[in-house]
Design a binder for this molecule. Structure first.
Ligand SMILES: Cc1ncc(COP(=O)(O)O)c(C=O)c1O
Length: 368
């Protein structure tokens, strides 16, 4: 028996006909950029997220870059980001010219909190970018309250959190302006690259719309220097189909994740990050830590079970960010997590047989 880390096959089979219809509609419509499908997807995703506006863009990193740029953030400003995240969160800040200020994460939740952020705030701090990492909302309400009291913007990085919620509010709707990715492996994934910005602020919405399209809202009129970052019609058509299934797929992820956690909590030294009761996690990834991570990985490989690591090397230790000057040891919690973390296989359609086999093999490893 082989358990892949992720398979998109079961989802795709379920909606193959709907996707093909979407493809045909775009092909026959002969409008491939900023047409009806993008508009309809933007409306649907705004409604789903509980925000007034959604601006669809080419990918998640552009979404973050645009969100920060329309807040006026650039050189001389500081932006607080989690030390534990994937590189694009940091890269988007670097792209605006602002200075990255990293906050370590909480050892129980693996997310930034007001306690880890507060000591880093300076007169130059313009924004905080909490990441709803692994599909688990950060402590967003407290972070927004704290930031608002200091006149600092909050930009949620919701690339991993489609459908997650905190106190009944969807992630991607709590910050002043928020960014997400529709990279194919995300909970809501396109069949290529895609991303979006969500906000309740009309002016930020207008600015982001212009920024994604060469700084233009009227043909051949350019108010600012923007970029070309438009979601294309084809991806919008696919995303409209997949959005209709997102809640069911998230529920399936949750059921599987809860079952796996019930079975594995207390096995060996496995630790699963904790969620507050107000949190609805969507398990983009099912992560745990163990000091035996590398030997567990080799053992599972021998049993043909794939696991992955998110992330083996945090951004501050990547060559790309060497100039930022963070040394090894700068973020002890993040570094410890990166040494010990593993992501178990989890995807809609994974089914009982794969799940039970994986759980049994993990237990077998720790019994040895
Ligand atoms: C937390 C986070 N932020 C940003 C991104 C960037 O998204 P994209 O790959 O669409 O540029 C990703 C996805 O890779 C992500 O997981």
């Amino acid at each position: 028996m082989r358990v892949p880390f992720l398979s998109l096959q079961p989802q795709q089979e379920l909606i193959r006909e709907e996707l093909e219809k979407g493809f045909k509609k775009v092909l026959d419509g002969s409008q491939y950029i900023l047409g009806k499908e993008v508009k309809a997807f933007e409306q649907a995703y705004a409604e789903y997220s509980g925000t007034r506006h959604c601006i669809a863009v080419a990918n998640g990193m552009d979404a973050l870059t645009i969100a920060l740029s329309v807040l006026g953030i650039g050189s001389g400003d500081e932006v607080i980001v989690p030390a534990l995240t994937c590189a694009p969160t940091w890269m988007a800040v670097a792209r605006t010219g602002a200075t990255i200020v990293a906050a370590d994460v909480d050892e129980k939740t693996f997310n930034v909190t007001v306690d880890t952020i507060a000591p880093l705030v300076s007169r130059k701090t313009k924004a905080i970018v909490p990441v709803n990492l692994y599909g688990r909302p950060a402590d967003l309400e407290r972070i927004v309250d704290f930031a608002s009291s200091k006149n600092i913007f909050v930009v949620e990085d919701n690339a991993q959190g489609h459908g997650a919620a905190i106190s009944g509010k969807k992630t991607g709707s709590v910050g002043h302006i928020n960014a997400t990715s529709f990279y194919p492996t995300k909970n809501l994934g396109a069949l290529g690259d895609g991303g979006a910005i969500t906000t309740n602020d009309y002016e930020l919405n207008q600015k982001a719309r212009s920024f994604r399209n060469y700084g233009s809202t009227a043909r051949f009129q350019h108010e600012v220097i923007g970029i070309n970052s438009r979601l294309d019609e084809l991806q919008a058509a696919f995303l409209r189909v997949k959005l209709r299934h997102l809640d069911a797929w998230n529920e399936e992820r949750r059921t599987l994740a809860h079952k796996i956690q019930r079975e594995l909590i207390g096995v060996g030294d496995l630790f699963f990050p904790e969620d507050a009761s107000s949190v609805y996690s969507v398990y983009h990834l099912l992560v745990a830590t163990t000091q035996k991570r590398d030997s567990l990985r080799s053992f599972l490989q021998q049993q043909e079970i794939e696991m992955d690591i998110h992330y083996p090397l945090p951004p501050h230790l990547q060559k790309a960010f060497a100039r930022r000057g963070y040394a090894s040891g700068s973020f002890p919690v993040t570094e410890k997590i990166c040494h010990q973390i593993l992501s178990l296989p989890l995807w809609p359609g994974m089914g009982e047989e794969n799940t039970n086999y994986m759980v049994d093999q993990v237990k077998r490893f720790f019994k040895k």
